[in-house]
Write a protein that binds this ligand. Structure first.
Ligand code: C2E
Ligand code: MG
Ligand code: MG
Ligand code: MG
Length: 282
């Protein structure tokens, strides 16, 4: 399933006047310009470390304020960029932004690991490890400043190529996290060979765990399974103190979600270092 070229997509859509398809096409066509014109920016969502307290890692999430269409969520435009074969532009941009930001933060003594989300196409590219290595070198940063988040389905689409790339990237000191864990199609048999450092359990598994013992069982078992296999475990989408306590009790290593902190601009994060418990040498 090859990504379609812009021309092919226009041809496919020409037959159909549907408004949502026009919106999609307009989003795809304005993406390259949007990247050049700084319509896109990153926000950073802190994770709380439940063992040590405070925050050692944040996830970079992309945002787009479109001049005509208004705010476009990544849930809408990332799949379109993937479909149009343009995700490499987005990923390269996000990686560069994060390394520029990390250069600043390191100089100010702000010590964090920042995670960047990657898509399936990124992992299939033979030159991804070299791209990452060269980008780190260009910014004179160690691999420890970076994590890459990939989904299970990304790994499953070409396991040997993805694994080869991931192993080279991990050798740089860059952490690999499996995102949206539990929502893909990876089998338990595959889990033991997963080339990752961290597993992020999807927020779908939080649904009902305050009162439903079956939901509790699935969450507790997933956490124990992942920890037993040596992965650091993060639970996503934690919105309340009650959920935080349940997950702490279940042995989760980190929580990420609006209860601890919403995704925020770099500047907002900088003014909140103390409250967030982020190490700052300066
Ligand atoms: P994700 O990587 O699983 O990111 C977590 C999503 O959960 C984010 O949505 C975040 O804003 C949201 N979230 C965090 N805490 C809470 C909470 O307490 N409650 C709820 N309901 N949601 C919470 P967002 O920012 O809309 O991103 C959606 C997805 O878009 C991401 O899911 C990721 O797959 C993708 N994405 C975002 N930025 C990038 C990027 O730079 N590159 C790529 N390839 N994908 C990206
Ligand atoms: Mg993610
Ligand atoms: Mg996720
Ligand atoms: Mg998600």
């Amino acid at each position: 399933k090859r990504a379609r070229s812009n021309k092919e997509m226009i041809a496919a859509y020409a037959l159909d006047d549907d408004i949502s398809q026009r919106r999609e096409l307009s989003i795809i066509n304005s993406l390259p310009k949007a990247l050049a014109q700084h319509q896109l920016y990153l926000v950073y969502q802190p994770k709380e470390s439940l063992h040590r307290g405070g925050c050692e890692q944040v996830e970079a999430l992309i945002r787009w304020d479109h001049p005509e269409l208004g705010f476009i969520s990544p849930g809408e435009f990332i799949p379109l960029a993937e479909y149009a074969g343009m995700i490499d532009l987005v990923s390269a941009w996000a990686l560069e932004q994060v390394l520029v930001q990390q250069g600043r933060w390191r100089r100010e003594g702000i010590m964090l690991r920042v995670a960047v989300n990657l898509s399936v196409e990124d992992l299939q590219q033979g030159n991804l490890p070299l791209t990452v290595e060269q980008a780190l070198a260009r910014h004179q940063l160690p691999g420890e400043v970076l994590a890459l988040e990939i989904t299970e389905s990304t790994l499953m689409s070409n396991p040997s190529k993805a694994t080869e790339n991931i192993n080279k990237i991990r050798a740089l000191g860059v952490k690999i996290a499996i995102d949206d864990f539990g929502t893909g199609h990876s089998s338990l048999a595959y889990l033991k060979d997963l080339p990752a450092d961290e597993v992020k359990i999807d927020k779908a598994f939080l649904s009902g765990i305050e009162h439903d013992s079956r939901a509790q069982n699935i969450m507790a078992t997933s956490i124990q399974l992942a920890k037993g296999l040596g992965f650091e475990v993060t639970v996503e989408g934690v919105e309340s103190h009650e959920l935080r306590q349940i997950l702490k009790h279940m042995g989760a290593d980190n929580i990420q979600g609006d209860f601890f902190a919403r995704p925020m601009r770099a500047m907002e994060l900088e003014v909140d270092l103390r409250r967030l418990g982020i190490a700052c040498g300066a």
